[in-house]
Design a protein around this ligand. Structure first.
Ligand code: CA
Length: 176
């Protein structure tokens, strides 16, 4: 047991380094203030996987500037009638970058975002909302149909097109 202690120390150090990198990615460390107004379309729901384990929603930033997503102001939901279903933690998306939100139904927030809902493979809704004071703004929303296993539902062309069933999933990458 005594011999294992140094090994445990190394393992814990590596684990904490990985976790720290991930947390840095999810926070606004090093960001410049953005002057892009937060309004409808500033970010888009770009791709949805409803037959995964876990499911996920890919958010895309079509701007040439990083967008800060201040903690407590951004919400994601699978029910447009309940826009505040899941509050996103403080995060940011780099210019023309992606944020992949796993939807595993656990609602655990730590080094990663995991929503308190999963997506129905029989079809459902997805919405991204921004709340300031009592005003809640829809940033982007869509409904998606039943999706065959292995496919996703995404915008084509990437970030701007209408949604269609995609045969190739592309988490955190261009829909093609
Ligand atoms: Ca994609």
């Amino acid at each position: 047991m005594k011999d294992l202690l140094p090994l445990c120390g190394v393992f814990l150090f590596l684990l904490s380094s990985c976790t720290k990198d991930r947390v840095d990615q999810l926070t606004n460390k090093g960001t410049d203030p953005t002057d892009v107004p937060i309004q409808k379309g500033v970010l888009v729901i770009n791709e949805i996987l409803s037959t995964g384990s876990p499911d996920w929603i890919e958010i895309y930033n079509p701007n040439s500037q990083r967008i800060k997503m201040e903690g407590g102001k951004w919400f994601i939901t699978d029910n447009l009638g309940n826009p505040e279903k899941f509050q996103l933690p403080d995060t940011a998306i780099k210019a023309n970058g992606y944020l992949l939100i796993p939807c595993d139904g656990t609602g655990v927030q730590g080094a990663t975002i995991e929503t308190n809902f999963s997506l129905s493979s029989a079809g459902e809704e997805a919405g991204l909302f921004y709340k300031q004071g009592s005003l809640i703004t829809v940033i982007d929303s869509t409904t998606f149909p039943a999706l065959p296993s292995g496919t996703s539902f995404g915008r084509q062309p990437n970030g701007t097109g209408s949604f269609k069933t995609l045969n190739k999933q592309s988490p955190e990458a261009t829909n093609d």
